[in-house]
Design a protein around this ligand. Structure first.
Ligand SMILES: [Zn+2]
Length: 316
């Protein structure tokens, strides 16, 4: 017996039952008119998962309105893919999904993007409320489209991330590490009462004054951790100034992108970021195990339908 021997990973009718139990804890909900009447017709003998609304008379299944809606793969295989993607720390490539699930590569690639979409965090409350400590930093990855590889970082894709110590991360694909790109994102995602930690980069100098505290480490001088006493904290409780938490997160992201996702086109970078953010935010240290993590990804599948737009949406 293994986790993957669960019936809903192997039997499509069981897979429908499982997804229904996650998305419809109170019984079937009509996606057309929102009716939650217990009198919806059960047409599951006609077609897998099929229901008919007792109010608007339209038919539906639990897949309607979710990222799974127009995917032509048995639902049990899609649930396997959700489990595999949410349980491996660095992710799983479309090639590996294609081999494990025995579906076409193109199908696997698109399915992975559907699941990434389900992992996108819609939460809007700013990080660092209640005076939490939030590290903010940028990194560079891959090569931006239409550029040549050269010295420096101008040809790479810039990623900005904010991470609350002991809490969540949020990452963004930005058009370069400059104030005009970084400031609006930081203002929208960081609470005013937050303690902000960055490196010495000048893009944070003015911005930092908008928050309760801004401390910097000077990486140019090889300074990575500094303990300091600040008046906002009780006497004798030094503040640890560092961006090591976020550096650690970037290193998982980069190892994953290098080892697993070799070709990531620029327009999909935000989805890969959502995937890595999701796994970090639903991590063991916060009490989320592999099974719960897969369940949380399933809860994110509604209302985010991703349409297949032809071969242009495939990676190079
Ligand atoms: Zn209805």
């Amino acid at each position: 017996m293994s986790v993957l021997s669960k019936p809903y990973f192997h039997d499509e009718a069981e897979a429908f039952r499982h997804l229904e139990s996650v998305l419809w804890p109170e019984g079937p909900v009509c996606p057309h008119c929102g009716s939650v009447s217990g009198k919806h017709y059960d047409l599951r003998k006609t077609r897998l998962g099929l229901r008919k609304c007792s109010d608007c008379r339209k038919q539906f299944t639990v897949k309607v309105g979710t990222v799974f809606e127009s995917a032509h793969i048995p639902l049990n295989k899609m649930l396997q893919a959700v489990y595999l993607m949410t349980s491996s720390k660095k992710g799983i490539s479309a090639h590996q999904l294609h081999r494990v699930l025995e579906v076409q590569y193109k199908t696997a690639w698109f399915l992975a993007h559907r699941i990434r979409e389900a992992m996108r965090d819609g939460s809007m409350s700013p990080l660092g409320g209640n005076g939490g400590t939030v590290e903010v930093d940028e990194t560079y990855i891959g090569r931006a489209e239409g550029t040549e590889v050269g010295p420096g970082t101008y040809h790479k894709n810039a990623v900005l991330a904010l991470i609350e110590r002991g809490g969540s991360v949020r990452s963004f694909h930005v058009d370069g590490a400059k104030v005009s790109e970084v400031a609006p994102i930081v203002r929208a995602n960081l609470a005013r009462e937050a303690k902000m930690m960055t490196d010495e980069s000048s893009i944070y100098t003015k911005l930092g004054k908008e928050f309760a505290m801004h401390q910097t480490v000077n990486h140019a001088d090889k300074e990575y951790v500094r303990r300091t006493n600040v008046r906002q904290l009780p006497k004798g409780e030094p503040m640890v100034v560092t961006t090591n938490t976020i550096e650690g997160y970037f290193s998982i992201f980069k190892r994953g992108m290098k080892g697993v996702y070799q070709h990531c086109s620029e327009k999909h970078l935000h989805r890969y970021l959502a995937e890595f953010d999701f796994r970090y935010n639903q991590r063991i240290a916060l009490g989320v195990d592999d099974k719960n993590r897969a369940g949380k990804a399933l809860l994110g599948i509604s209302g985010k339908r991703l349409k297949y737009k032809g071969p242009d949406s495939l990676p190079a």
